[in-house]
Design a protein around this ligand. Structure first.
Ligand code: ADP
Length: 353
């Protein structure tokens, strides 16, 4: 994708305004032509196939798409958290520095302190044999270089902020409910006051009521502190509730990106439309694998590899609006409204797919 956030207000113009405008400040995060493939024996499986976007402090970008569309791979590659079988190319400029080429020591310093991750499934991310107090204190001790007492005080403050009583710092992960564990993960992610949080399906394992509570909590904390957030979910309704902007991924690429309201109310890409129909209510787990009413399956890795070599739209076999050109033309993101882009030959401003 190539969309940057065009929703920012233009600089003032007219009489009295300086003629020469200062160059716009570089975005906090500038992802350029990110590509990831996994080595699988002799084969190479493409997972992310050229994704570009920007994010500033205090902005929230939701990334939606069916399972296997490349959301987690894209998000985790930003901090190089993928297994060694993954080959990553492109640029991930974070506060001006390319994290894809940064030295490991530098990357370790960035993780937690400047950018942190809330993984799906807190139980597997938390260490079962250490108290949550120890686990929240660890990044604080390591990165903030404070003493035990100050780290403990900060951990208590964080627990209170996420709605878990701070007197439970000495408890172990199994002593908490699933919702509380996910809140503890959020507390850990906030521990070193990062500028960016990547939340990968942070509430998928929770029941619907708890999901809404945890999401509201995350939303409030982010708004209060001006942190930038990339939030991954297969659930478009969850994302549109939380995020100002949405990127819909299909087969390792961005099918559509733009302000959430517009994307939900007037989708330009047929895939966004199908995904929107699939999630009428927040947290509908039944629609996780295939959006309701959308026939067929996403391309297999072998089909994706063929698409990478040739032309045509990856969504064409499942698209009820497809025309002959969709099989033969290269389909890149194109402007489709204010701050919006869609990778569909038929997408135009004001047109419904
Ligand atoms: P999503 O987060 O949208 O469900 P993923 O990023 O998990 O998608 O997966 C994208 C593609 O990459 C899928 O084809 C998946 O099978 C493949 N993939 C993900 N992780 C690995 C891995 N560790 N090794 C090999 N292939 C993987």
């Amino acid at each position: 994708m190539t969309a940057t956030d065009d929703t920012r207000s233009p600089a003032p113009s007219g009489e009295g305004a300086p003629r020469e405008e200062a160059p716009p400040a570089a975005p906090m995060l500038d992802v350029r032509d990110l590509r990831v493939s996994y080595r699988n024996g002799e084969r190479t499986v493409p997972a992310v196939r050229g994704v570009s976007f920007t994010l500033d402090r205090g902005q929230t970008l939701g990334v939606a798409g069916e399972s296997g569309s490349g959301k987690s791979t894209m998000a985790l590659s930003l901090l190089r958290l993928l297994p060694s079988t993954a080959k990553v190319t492109g640029q991930v400029l974070f506060q001006g520095e390319d994290l894809l080429t940064a030295k490991w020591a530098r990357l370790r310093a960035v993780r937690w302190s400047a950018a942190s991750v809330v993984f799906q499934g807190a139980m597997s991310a938390l260490n079962p044999v250490r108290t949550i107090g120890e686990q929240i204190c660890e990044p604080i001790l390591l990165h903030d270089k404070v003493g035990q007492k100050a780290a403990r005080a900060r951990a208590a403050e964080l627990l209170d902020a996420v709605g878990v009583p701070s007197r439970r710092l000495g408890s172990y992960p199994h002593e908490f409910s699933g919702g509380q564990r996910q809140r503890i993960m959020i507390a850990m992610a906030l521990a070193c006051r990062p500028d960016l949080i990547i939340a990968d399906e942070p509430t998928t394992a929770l029941d619907v009521m708890v999901q809404a509570q945890v999401l509201n909590l995350l939303g409030d904390l982010v708004r209060e502190s001006g942190i930038g957030v990339i939030m991954i979910s297969h659930d478009l309704a969850v994302l549109s509730h939380m995020c100002e902007r949405l990127a819909v991924m299909y087969a390792g690429r961005v099918a559509e990106i733009g302000p959430s309201r517009g994307l939900i109310d007037e989708p330009r890409h047929p895939y966004t439309r199908a995904l929107g129909r699939a999630f009428p209510t927040i947290g509908d787990p039944a629609s996780r694998l295939a959006p309701a009413g959308l026939p067929g399956d996403p391309p297999t890795p072998a089909e994706l590899a063929r698409l990478d070599e040739g032309r045509g739209c990856a969504f064409e076999p499942r698209c009820s609006r497809a025309v002959a050109a969709c099989r033969t033309d290269t389909v890149e993101l194109r402007p489709s409204g204010p701050g919006r882009e869609a990778a569909c030959l038929l997408a135009q401003e004001g047109s419904e797919p």
